[in-house]
Design a protein around this ligand. Structure first.
Ligand SMILES: *Cc1c(COP(=O)(O)O)cnc(C)c1O
Length: 456
């Protein structure tokens, strides 16, 4: 924009945008969530790009301010969300990338919609998002209650760093939510868990946990209330929306199935609108902002294809889980879509796609048979090495939610931060493996699995 161009641009509702049929907030307009993931708000008050099909990628660390007044106003408005006024309807004054920029804003609007949340902020990685969500909720002396198994780096955040900040983390088994009642103390501020749990695919009943927390919160002052934070990375909003079951916050690694193609690292926090300003300040001052290019990729490629990818991955995962469950060399398979397991009823209640169909996801956990845990572990290692060497459609790699099928050994890789003895006590099998199903033809994945299993 040249100097001297219309001063009205501060206001943003230029007639061209205001009159565009696509200029409305289409949320709640009867179109499906799946379609919203493609268009978002289509044209947004946040940015004038009405003549583009795709929002242009921004590449500006700082933004031109037309006047000292506009600059000052930008700083006044930052992190001063007006309660009751929808954030997305405000035309922000962009100042500097770390405070906010259009690509991230568009992605955040769409993610908040997908998760049924009041607001969303993106971060440089999933861990950036998790540490921001929790960091904005706790202070020294507070307590976090967490499920006993989770992603290894989150575990290390809790066990290596939080003791240094005098934040106590108590690990309990939330698969039985009743355990929570006994664990809550006056210092408890956060209940944290993943469901499905990484890597075991155990499920935690979000509604049951929030019922207990709601009861407890009735007796608490507002500033002491307990918040529920759910890592929804495994399921994605396509398969499950924890906020609809009473969670306060959802965190994501955008690196996984939301990004979908394994090209970008990113994270997101979705929560109530009342948490927005604190999270904005946290992100501004701790600095873990998502790169605009990564935001743009998730906005333009990741979210619009999420439903289509998940539907196909999930269909293949169902078939592969059934095949593995019937294989004589395999001890057990955890997949929320498998009939008969004692968590199947919970899976059917909690894991539903945007249209209400059962959506058990694309992740499988399975354990090799063995006369001892050590033998089971050896066989898992052998299987993984055969796959790494010979399989065309299965790659040995950490991460998940990729269009390519990935396998890994949590015990020695993603969850190595949890000591081996602790892993066994907590329920991570030494011979357990994690499979993330991609978009390959399912028969080809089954062929590679059959060949590798045949060699053990
Ligand atoms: C990968 C992962 C994370 C961390 O995400 P990054 O983007 O790698 O920082 C957190 N939680 C779960 C469940 C994950 O799988």
């Amino acid at each position: 924009m040249k100097k001297g161009q219309s001063k009205n641009r501060v206001v943003r509702d230029t007639p061209a945008i205001a009159q565009s049929p696509a200029s409305n907030n289409h949320q709640g307009n009867g179109y499906s969530t799946e379609t919203h993931l493609i268009y978002g708000k289509s044209y947004t008050e946040k940015w004038d790009y009405s003549h583009h099909l795709i929002p242009p990628i921004t590449a500006s660390a700082t933004f031109r301010l037309e006047s000292a007044q506009r600059g000052a106003q930008g700083f006044v408005e930052f992190a001063h969300t007006v309660e009751g006024k929808e954030v997305s309807k405000q035309a922000p004054i962009y100042i500097y990338d770390r405070l906010g920029e259009p690509n991230k804003d568009l992605l955040e609007d769409n993610l908040a919609m997908a998760e049924s949340g009041g607001t969303c902020l993106t971060f440089s990685s999933g861990m950036g998002a998790i540490s921001a969500a929790l960091g904005s909720l706790v202070t020294p002396g507070d307590q976090v209650i967490s499920h006993k198994i989770m992603y290894g780096c989150t575990y290390e955040l809790f066990t290596l760093w939080y003791p240094r900040y005098h934040i106590d983390v108590k690990f309990i088994d939330l698969v039985n939510p009743a355990n929570l009642r006994k664990a809550i103390t006056p210092a408890t501020r956060v209940v944290y868990f993943e469901t499905p749990v990484n890597p075991t695919l155990d499920l935690i009943d979000v509604a049951a946990v929030s019922e207990i927390v709601r009861e407890e919160n009735k007796m608490r002052k507002k500033q002491n209330r307990i918040n529920i934070v759910v890592d929804n990375t495994f399921a994605t909003p396509f398969c499950q929306r924890p906020i609809e079951y009473g969670a306060d916050f959802v965190v994501h690694s955008l690196t996984k199935n939301i990004g979908g193609f394994g090209t970008d690292v990113g994270g997101a926090v979705i929560g109530p609108l009342s948490s927005r300003d604190r999270l904005l300040l946290y992100r501004k001052d701790f600095g873990g902002v998502l790169a605009t290019k990564n935001a743009w990729d998730a906005l333009v490629y990741g979210l619009p294809t999420l439903a289509t990818r998940l539907r196909k991955q999930q269909e293949s995962a169902c078939e592969i889980a059934r095949y593995l469950a019937g294989h004589p060399k395999i001890e057990k398979v955890n997949y929320p879509g498998l009939e008969g397991g004692n968590q199947h009823a919970l899976a059917k209640k909690q894991m539903r796609d945007f249209d209400g169909n059962f959506a058990p996801g694309s992740m499988i956990y399975f354990v090799m048979k063995g006369d001892s845990p050590e033998e089971s572990r050896c066989r898992a290692e052998k299987l993984i090495n055969h796959l790494a060497k010979d399989a065309y459609t299965i790659t040995l790699a950490v991460s998940l939610g990729n269009i390519r099928t990935l396998v890994e050994h949590p015990g020695s890789m993603t969850h190595a931060a949890i000591p081996a003895v602790e892993q066994v006590k907590k329920g991570i099998d030494p011979g357990g493996m994690r499979l993330s199903i991609g978009l390959e033809k399912v028969g080809d994945i089954l062929r590679d699995l059959t060949e590798a299993l045949g060699k053990i």
